[in-house]
Design a protein around this ligand. Structure first.
Ligand SMILES: NC(=O)c1ccc[n+]([C@@H]2O[C@H](COP(=O)([O-])OP(=O)(O)OC[C@H]3O[C@@H](n4cnc5c(N)ncnc54)[C@H](O)[C@@H]3O)[C@@H](O)[C@H]2O)c1
Length: 327
């Protein structure tokens, strides 16, 4: 799909993170006028390194969107907002539920209110999660699947979604919601398993240490970060996305053990240990999950292009050369 946002004023919240930074690089390539806002909080995935190739071509604002002062003036005159600032650790949402509520729900109202007042014609694409479905009742999970979050993060992301939908329905803001599955790639947090287990697996693998797989039989689908950036861009340029909620996903469904084996193979060595789930994680685990993305495919023409094997290969290669900036 050809996307052109040349000269458009674009704001990326959470733009120093994995996905936001990938979108920023694509936008700079098409000569959009890009502002990134990110709090760069240490427990999240934001990292200045992610933006180093485009640092001279974007405006970077370090601000916390939970603070109304952080939102003031940010959205004036914007054409497009990629709204990705969020807390995505499921476990952290249980140990600090109010922090999760603040960024994933409360702050979203602040952003939408500011948009309603200052830029009511803006396109807004919100990053939600397949976690809103909870433990799947059938697979693959489509958008008609009932929502039943099993952790605080799922509830707050769902509320963030609904604020976006409401502001479309009541005020006409051109919002859309993407429900992301496991997203990975160069730029993700790897120091711990807060955001994605893949990050910490790669860290251990590259250090020559065994990594732990909890359970191992769970089925998952994965999206490479560039594919996810494509989906955000596709939603930003189509009126058909307005007011809609779309799953992302992949037809390549694998068990966690298979992913571990693939990583070891790509690395040319290494090993993992299968462990029982830590109790606090087992309570909020969703079991097998993979998503049906037919709606976005038929509506916007999006589908993932990167195979898991090639995506993991690129990711390993990236961290082999950039480990010091992330660990
Ligand atoms: N990566 C995934 O697998 C995945 C899956 C489902 C949903 N998502 C959602 O997609 C979005 C982006 O995810 P990501 O993987 O790029 O995560 P990330 O942690 O790499 O990026 C999120 C960014 O948001 C910033 N941020 C957090 N709170 C903020 C605040 N109060 N003010 C300003 N900035 C703040 C962080 O500093 C970070 O840079 C998140 O909203 C996440 O919930 C991601």
């Amino acid at each position: 799909m050809h996307v052109n946002l040349a000269d458009k004023r674009v704001l990326i919240t959470g733009g120093a993170g994995l996905i936001g930074s990938a979108i920023a690089m694509r936008l700079v390539g098409m000569k959009a006028d890009v502002t990134v806002v990110d709090a760069l909080l240490p427990q999240h995935g934001g990292n200045r390194r992610n933006l180093q190739d485009v640092a001279d071509h974007i405006k970077m604002i370090v601000a916390d969107l939970r603070d109304p002062a952080g939102v003031d003036g940010l959205v004036d005159g914007v054409d497009v907002v990629f709204n990705l600032a969020g807390q995505s650790s499921h476990l952290d949402s249980m140990t600090d539920p109010l922090a999760d509520l603040d960024i994933n729900s409360r702050a979203q109202v602040g952003i939408l209110e500011a948009l309603r007042r200052a830029s009511p014609l803006a396109k807004v694409i919100f990053a939600s999660t397949r976690q809103v479905y909870g433990r799947p009742r059938y697979l693959p999970v489509d958008e008609a699947h009932p929502v039943h979050p099993v952790d605080v993060n799922g509830i707050n992301k769902l509320s963030g979604e609904w604020f976006h939908r409401l502001y479309h329905e009541v005020y006409g803001l051109q919002t859309s919601v993407l429900r992301l599955t496991n997203t990975y790639g160069p730029g993700m947090r790897i120091v711990d398993a807060r955001q994605t287990f893949l990050g910490v697996w790669i860290l251990h693998l590259l250090r020559g240490e065994p990594f732990e797989i909890w359970g191992g039989a769970q089925l998952r689908d994965f999206n490479y970060v560039e594919d996810v950036a494509d989906a955000f861009l596709a939603a930003a340029v189509s009126d058909k996305a307005d007011g809609r909620v779309f799953n992302l996903g992949s037809r390549e469904v694998v068990s966690l053990r298979q992913v571990g084996e693939m990583l070891v193979d790509l690395n040319g060595g290494g090993r993992f240990e299968i462990r029982d789930f830590p109790e606090e994680r087992r309570r909020i685990d969703i079991g097998d999950c993979h998503c049906d993305f037919a709606a976005i495919e038929t509506t916007l023409g999006w589908q993932p292009r990167m195979s898991l094997r090639n995506g993991l290969q690129r990711t390993l290669e990236y961290y082999r050369h950039n480990m010091g900036h992330y660990a």
